[in-house]
Design a protein around this ligand. Sequence first.
Ligand code: 57M
Length: 355
Amino acid sequence: MLYHIFYQLLDINLFKYITFRAFYALITSFLISLILGPYIIRRLKVFQYKKGGYVRQYTPDTHVAKKHTPTMGGILIVLSVVISSLLWCRLDNFYVWITLFVLISFSVIGGLDDYIKIKHKTGLSTKTKFFSQIFVASLVSVLLYKYPGFDPHLYVPFFKSLQFDLGFFYILFMVFIIVGTSNAVNLTDGLDGLAIGPTLVSAIAFSIFAYISGHAVLSSYLHVPHISGSGELTVFLMALLGAGLGFLWFNSFPAEMFMGDAGALSIGAVLGTVAIITKQEIVLAVVGGIFVVETMSVILQVGYFKLTGGKRLFKRAPLHHHFELKGMPEPKIVVRMWIISIILAIIALSTLKIR
Ligand code: 57M
């Protein structure tokens, strides 16, 4: 909104620049989440305390003490991102509205699941939750596919011109990316700070990809697809970074609140959507490697369990619980996964030069 007021109306050039608006979107969302955080924690505590908390079966003892930590803290992230984006993003940008729609709709799905889980111990049925995600992801994928100039090619990193034309199947591929990433972040969100850390790293990495893909000269020089208008997602992702930093202020060990499915599902879906828009879906698997590994650990565990008639490959899946049950302190597991995330993001960014 500020772009339209200060640049278009008042002709103040500064507000034209994506970099300027991105940095202030970060500061704005960080301050909003820092200021609103204590209030939201208090409100969530009041709402959830009466319900006696929620601890899943097979939970390590260290988690039983967490049963009164309030969840649905994702509301704080979504609120901060929406307010900051509406202030600092161009409101005539299709990609900004699509990404805001994904953030809010997946947060509503997750928030409903959290709410029902708190009220009635069991959340949305798996079928309802899954098909709601499929519906939203399908709507978004069709809108993106139909958007003028959409490129249905899947680009392979490290190669200048290796691409696959998926044609109409790209819609199914997009649904898979959005729903898959959403649930991967959700599975990862099992230790204090574990999901938000790689989210911050992904937001930084993809803000760079978005800026470059939206820049005609830079995208041509680096041989990445030029997606006109995608540069505005840099501002959105910096708002997500600021909101995530503010949330981490309260979610760091020992957490004062969890993000809930209201946060995890929406963050994952947004990262998937941004990767699709910037044509970096394969790079997402690298930057979000922690999310991929956590999800693969569950798939391998369940598959091995079924194949061997009850044996486990890991002490417990997702992977973070395996390390916990091996005696590794929670903060050490989390910080080591952050370190791996940072290294993976650097490798992903190197694909911009190595091709
Ligand atoms: C998301 N939810 C956390 C919190 C958070 C198929 C199976 C792998 C599914 C999986 C599952 O249900 N995952 C759902 C994980 C839960 O966190 C809540 O959920 C939200 C995210 N969706 O925001 O509201 C618990 O995680 C802990 N937590 C923190 N700090 C945080 O910042 O400590 C979360 C955020 C919270 C809190 O204790 O209550 C969760 O783990 O339930 N199931 C599992 O993850 C379980 N794994 C399992 O059953 N594995 C089996 C088979 C099925 C693969 C096996 O290995 O044999 C584990 N869950 C827990 N302990 N709690 C088992 C161990």
